[in-house]
Design a protein around this ligand. Sequence first.
Ligand code: FAD
Ligand code: DHB
Length: 407
Amino acid sequence: MTVPDRTAVAIVGGGPAGLLLSHLLVRQGIDSVVLESRSRERVESRQRAGILEHGTVDVLHEIGADARMNAQGMPHDGFAFHAHGEEIRVDMAALTGRGVMIWAQTEVVRDLIALRLEQGDPLLFDAEVLAVEKVDGPLGHDGEAVVRYAYEGVEHELRADVVVGCDGFHGVARRAIPAEAVRTFERVYPFSWLGILADAPPSSEELVYARHDRGFALLSMRSPSITRAYLQVPNDTDPSSWSHEAIWDELTARTGLADGSFTLGRGPITDVSVTPMRSFVAEPMRSGRLFLAGDAAHIVPPTGAKGLNLAVADVRVLAGALASWRSTGSQELLDAYSDTALRRVWRAEHFSWTMTTMLHRPPDADPFDDRLARSHLQLVASSEAYRTAIAENYRGLDLDGLRPREH
Ligand code: FAD
Ligand code: DHB
């Protein structure tokens, strides 16, 4: 691949946000270069999200990256809570008219990469961005931003009208914004998720979010023969400290129903990892010629499955704003990008925090916390209006973050 030195939009990071943005820009006739620090194999194999809102499904359709998802993805109309042994079903389709799609982030990323390479547009792996510079100042002919990156042992410069930081929470782009120009909000939770993949058919047709006195558990899936599941564990847990048998025993204890009607099937565990839980927002999501999107700007705890979907929604708004600027010269939508995105981000922050606090049991939980969580679940069980609000947030809100998406 020739090493590019000038483009309209320099995209830092080739995760879901960066790759999807590059495709949306192609459709608007806007050039971009995607720089990804890891290898293609690494990016395609990182086990992460599994739930796609229908807005995310729609955008994969729009860019023509939906063939495998349509054939192999699993549309779900609802999910269940197992609350201290009692089942509460949330029928998203009946309550809100739409459901979600189970289709792994690894598969989404694989298709986005294949499509980009097929189109022959620049996407460099093993290209680590070292710094983003010259982002101060107006957009347009008056100046360029500079992205410095290392590729094949040599340092290069990429000049661009606009840089978009899609490089995740630990990336470099956010650091290009002067400390006094950004405000951050953060909450770190006193527990983590131990996640497994197992060669076992899912034990339930729909996802199960369980709260038990022993802590949270989640049963999900990747295919009719692969189970994905998570357990709340203490922070800094060493994944190898859990035997596979102990993982299944704990999942069984936390997800069981009092009437004995639920049985968890087992199978060989093929992957175990531990993920810390954090809420984080950086405001604004822009500084001069630099825009932030996805995990580079915000993190949610995974309960509620919002992270990937938020990243997708950010770049949809941003691609539209960049297209409007390039075609009309008006920067109005670009100027509104951060406020527009942040309205939806904070809705997802609140929803993820709510789901997390309702379903987990902090190690220092006192009886007051416990009673609140139980009462919260009782409200879910007793109120269709409340289940509707949960379903609207879970299956996805409109791009402005305020209304349930039209069906
Ligand atoms: P990332 O996926 O983090 O991509 C950033 C990319 O930038 C990476 O490829 C990285 O290698 C690259 N990069 C970093 N630094 C540099 C650099 N200096 N130069 C070049 N490249 C760089 N979300 C959901 O919506 N639903 C779920 O069900 C869900 N479940 C989850 C379960 C787990 C266990 C985890 C960990 C996350 C989950 N998430 C979920 C969150 C979701 O995976 C993330 O929100 C999503 O990956 C964000 O995409 P992104 O493109 O913004 O960032
Ligand atoms: C999955 C992850 C989540 O965070 C969630 O809320 C639901 C499902 C998953 O990986 O399948």
